[in-house]
Design a protein around this ligand. Sequence first.
Ligand SMILES: [Fe+2]
Ligand SMILES: [Fe+2]
Length: 319
Amino acid sequence: MSAKPYVSLYDPKGPARGLRSLGLFETRFPLATRGSIPGLERIWEKSKDMSWNPKKAIPYATFDQSKYSKEQLDAARLCWSRRAWTEYTGITEVPCMLARLTLDGQMPIHAKFSLAAKIMEEARHCEASVLLADAMGGYIEEPPPGDAIMKMVIAGFRDRMALNPEISPIAGMVAWHIISEGIALDIFAARYKRTDEPVTREVIRLIMQDEVRHVDMGWIFLEHFFPSMSAAEVREIEEVVVDIVENVEMKGFHSMCLLTDSETSVMRQAEAIAGEARLGFCSPEEEHIAFVRSMESIRTRLAKFNIRIPRFPELEKVA
Ligand SMILES: [Fe+2]
Ligand SMILES: [Fe+2]
């Protein structure tokens, strides 16, 4: 039996399959590897220099369970399991954006290198969260049955933009990194401030160290491409930005502080208990303040690029 002939993705008459069936095509050659974006080059260098191993970098064995009640430990291990589920989402969605970018040989090579590193970084955030949940009493493999969290942990970046040929990879990169990674970082900063348990603090610190680069990627991309963008291209970014704010972040992907009371969630109660115990989370009030302030600062910075985020009543300034 002879092997099936390889059909190039370049062949316009070839069968639609793989990424091509999604309307995405290979144009990798000529493959540009120079004249890239210096900011992204710096990110790639830092990613290599600042690597850490979740198993070796964090002294999980020193976590002292005897200082906490069973209720506090159960709440915290559920919340850190949720952190692992959220980080896992990154592992499934970053490769889709990377695949998209790598089809095009003219997209900045250091964006691809940085995304390749980001897959590893989200993977270690997932692993660190699992190991911390284990130290607190045991990682939990799935959300409580019927909990509102189920629809929040899958953000949908893959279908929304990474593999959506109607959304340019530039718009996807900018919106995802500035909004979602930006909110994630600010929420982490608030939780870090509140946390006093040393092992938990170290997990948050190391994750934040990586997340700073993820946020920077979005701003560097925007600053680089903005001067050559048409008004329509800027509007496209705005549309994707608003979609992520409204349909991902305000729906609880990184923070549940905007959930309505009718969305009863065991996870919300667990976060309140874990926050009270200072095990890596905030009170709902503190988290709401952090979320609103994060949105406000992103809104102000994006306005300089003519990208407007509408005023949602839930995001109005807090004292
Ligand atoms: Fe992460
Ligand atoms: Fe991230």
